[in-house]
Design a protein around this ligand. Structure first.
Ligand SMILES: NCc1[nH]cc(CCC(=O)O)c1CC(=O)O
Ligand SMILES: [Mg+2]
Length: 334
């Protein structure tokens, strides 16, 4: 068959730069390394106990002693930082969330144990009241509304107790207004000048948090939804205002959450502010990967690394992911 292509076809061969492995590496625009990973972990009371999380295959809740071991191993793999989430028993939940700022609560004991045993791994602590309220909301509920200013008072006490225990990064995930400014002032005046604030600045009211609420046992308690404080998924400009305010108030790093459905927000935030921008690859996103892989519908390892690279390409400086240890092992194996 005579060719119908013109003699000079094609003018440009894009495939030349994909022809072999070393060229592909040479022209790669983005890189994913173990330095980009933050590993979220769940801590439970007791000793030498691990509990699987049914909706998050591969994820376990750990007692402090086992947590210290696991974080030590993560540190040896090069993971820079872990994000701590306590599982709080029903007997410690209350309407005023007083357990949140008790100096010796589970969270604060875990922080002390980690900083004593594995000081080289950063500890990022969630600041929000949902593990501690009897209704599962992130703040104080009164007259059917989550009270902003009253909640901020409690959040600041909670974060100060974490800083006192040795937290490196406090990370308010509650979406109350004005909490970063008050928290920054109080950290300064209480001698915690180097404690970093990572604000969950653009956090959306999302269906993708479902498995997390199973993991921390707050879902069953939750009445209603979080739409009066977490953002509407329809909005994007509003995320920039949220981030601008938290930066003005003194945040050192900002977070966008969830991850994959909000890559456009990460890109806009990074372009607009050029500050450390983290993405949270949340529980539901992780569960989807695991469920599909469990059915043999995709390759978990490949899909995980591709997802994490997507976050880097969108502008994330670091990614919180339940797959952090898996990804670290894969990245080290090359
Ligand atoms: N302040 C609570 C909090 N901190 C992190 C997550 C979700 C993380 C995940 O789904 O992996 C949530 C749940 C929520 O806002 O209801
Ligand atoms: Mg805000």
């Amino acid at each position: 068959m005579p060719s119908i292509l013109p003699a000079s076809f094609p003018r440009t061969r894009m495939r030349r730069n994909r022809v072999d492995g070393w060229t592909r590496r040479l022209v790669a625009e983005n890189t994913l390394t173990v330095d980009d990973l933050i590993w979220p972990v769940f801590v439970i009371e007791g000793e030498n106990r691990r509990e699987p999380v049914a909706s998050m295959p591969g994820v376990e809740r750990l007692t402090i002693d086992l947590l210290v071991e696991a974080v030590g191993q993560a540190g040896s793999l090069g993971i820079p930082c872990v994000a701590l989430f306590p599982v709080v028993g029903a007997d410690k939940k209350s309407d005023d969330a007083a357990e949140a700022y008790r100096a010796d609560n589970l969270m604060n004991r875990a922080i002390r144990a980690l900083k004593a045993a594995v000081p080289e791994v950063g500890v990022l602590c969630d600041v929000a009241l949902d593990p501690y309220t009897s209704h599962g909301h992130d703040g104080i509920l009164r007259d059917g509304y989550i009270q902003n200013d009253e909640t901020v008072e409690v959040l600041v006490r909670q974060a100060l107790a974490q800083a006192e225990a040795g937290a490196d990064i406090v990370a308010p995930s509650d979406m109350m207004d004005g909490r970063i400014g008050v928290l920054r002032d109080r950290l300064e005046s209480q001698g915690h000048q180097l404690v970093r604030i990572c604000s969950y600045a653009a956090k959306y009211a999302s269906a993708f948090y479902g498995p997390f609420r199973d993991a921390v046992n707050s879902g069953g308690f939750l009445k209603g939804d979080k739409t009066t404080y977490q953002m509407n998924p329809a909005n994007s400009d509003e995320a920039l205002r949220e981030v601008a305010l938290d930066l003005q108030e003194g945040a050192d790093m900002v977070m966008v959450k969830p991850g994959l459905p909000y890559l456009d927000i990460i890109r806009r935030v990074k372009d607009e502010f050029a500050v450390p921008t983290f993405a949270y690859h949340v529980s539901g996103e992780y569960a989807m990967l695991r469920a599909a892989a469990g059915n043999g519908w995709l390759n978990y390892e490949k899909a995980l690394l591709e997802t994490l690279m997507g976050f880097k390409r969108a502008g994330s400086d670091a990614i919180l992911t339940y797959g952090a240890v898996d990804a670290a092992k894969l990245l080290r194996a090359g």
